[in-house]
Design a protein around this ligand. Structure first.
Ligand code: TYM
Length: 336
């Protein structure tokens, strides 16, 4: 009787983050919290998307420091580089290579519709480079090389995910089955964390108003101060609603951190003022982030240990990326 060997293949997850400054509470609640949680159930690949960062002008020494710092922060959050794959995008040349194959199968009109390009080109009007325009193609390459089932991201990346799917479907139809069609994995709460100073805008590390965003590595005092100063409305009543974007944003953050429902939060703060509520939000965020900062401060001290990990990560990533890349090359008709 033949022995039946049961192999349970875990589903795959891929995501990346740009090292373009301090990572924020928005990055944490929209994406990174899920990255950490998904490690139990999925086979995960995560990267520091340094190639993406140069679509806007970067100071070389600062960029280098930010790449180290982002990698260290991902370790501090609890990404396990032994069980999963954690690497730096530019160390795996297949990302840029596949991006060229995909560029030649992506239409100018499709790229022109990307809202992030419109926003960023308005913001960096003196440097509207071709990389900024074709950035979603590189992002599609990042994803498709690893054949993930799910891509955990915040809501702002949904449009880029959709174009990655469109590119993959078109490529597969033209050349045969090469890519898996991935789904976005967007959290129910915290998918779009808004600025603390202007709740109609996304919380972003590139916002010049430092009170508008909380860094994962901010001190407890800074975090509490920023929440105390958060813009709300004049009706001092903790209630969720479109007409109360400031307080609704704070409630969303509190809900994502504490996992309490919005209805429970309304009950908890019934009859209390905004001062009490803002302090509770600030404290819950500071308490959740404190252990990450402690771990980060240790990890960033040892650059040699970091180097061992990111080199191992690149090797693991490249093993997978090469296979997909060569398959795509062969299908397109290149001589291998
Ligand atoms: P990036 O580096 O801007 O952001 C990293 C992740 O954080 C999420 N995020 C937010 N979520 C909720 N509220 C916010 N205010 C907020 N700000 C940021 C983003 O949605 C993202 O998930 N293009 C990507 C990086 C990338 C990528 C990829 C992602 C490159 N290649 C492949 C997935 C797969 C970016 O610029 O994210």
């Amino acid at each position: 009787m033949s022995e039946i060997i049961e192999t349970t293949q875990k589903k795959k997850v891929l995501s990346c983050i740009q090292p373009s400054g301090m990572l924020t509470l928005g990055n944490y609640l929209g994406a990174l919290k899920n990255w950490v949680a998904m490690q139990d159930e999925f086979d995960c690949t995560f990267a520091v998307a340094d190639l993406h960062a140069i679509t806007v002008r970067q100071e070389p020494a600062k960029l280098r420091a930010q790449i180290y710092s982002t990698y260290a922060l991902l370790l501090a959050l609890g990404i396990d580089p032994e069980k999963h794959t954690l690497f730096i995008q530019s160390h795996v040349p297949e990302h840029a290579n596949l991006s060229w194959l995909l560029s030649c199968n992506t239409q100018f009109g499709e790229m022109s519709r990307m809202t992030q390009f419109k926003d960023k080109s308005a913001k960096h009007a003196n440097n509207v480079n071709v990389g900024l325009f074709s950035y979603p193609v590189l992002m599609a390459a990042d994803i498709l090389l690893y054949k993930p089932d799910l891509v955990p991201v915040g809501a702002d990346q949904k449009q880029h995910l959709e174009i990655a799917r469109d590119i993959a479907i078109r490529f597969n139809n033209l050349y045969g089955d090469v890519f898996t069609i991935p789904d976005a994995y967007i959290p129910k709460t915290g998918a779009r964390v808004m600025s603390l100073q202007d709740p109609t805008k996304k919380m972003s590390k590139s916002d010049d108003n430092l009170n508008s965003w909380v860094a994962i590595l901010d001190s407890k005092d800074d975090i509490i101060r920023k929440f105390k100063r958060a813009v709300t409305d004049s009706e001092a009543c903790v209630r969720f609603g479109a007409e109360k974007p400031g307080i609704s944003n704070l409630m969303t953050i509190y809900s994502a951190i504490t996992e309490k429902s919005i209805a429970d939060i309304e009950k908890e703060f019934e009859g209390k003022g905004y001062g009490d509520f803002k302090l509770a939000v600030g404290e819950s965020v500071a308490d959740a982030l404190a252990p990450i900062k402690t771990a980060y401060d240790e990890i960033i001290k040892d650059k040699k240990a970091l180097e061992v990990l990111y080199k191992q990560g690149a090797q693991k990533a490249e093993y997978v990326a090469r296979k997909t890349y060569f398959k795509a090359m062969k299908k397109v008709g290149f001589v291998l």
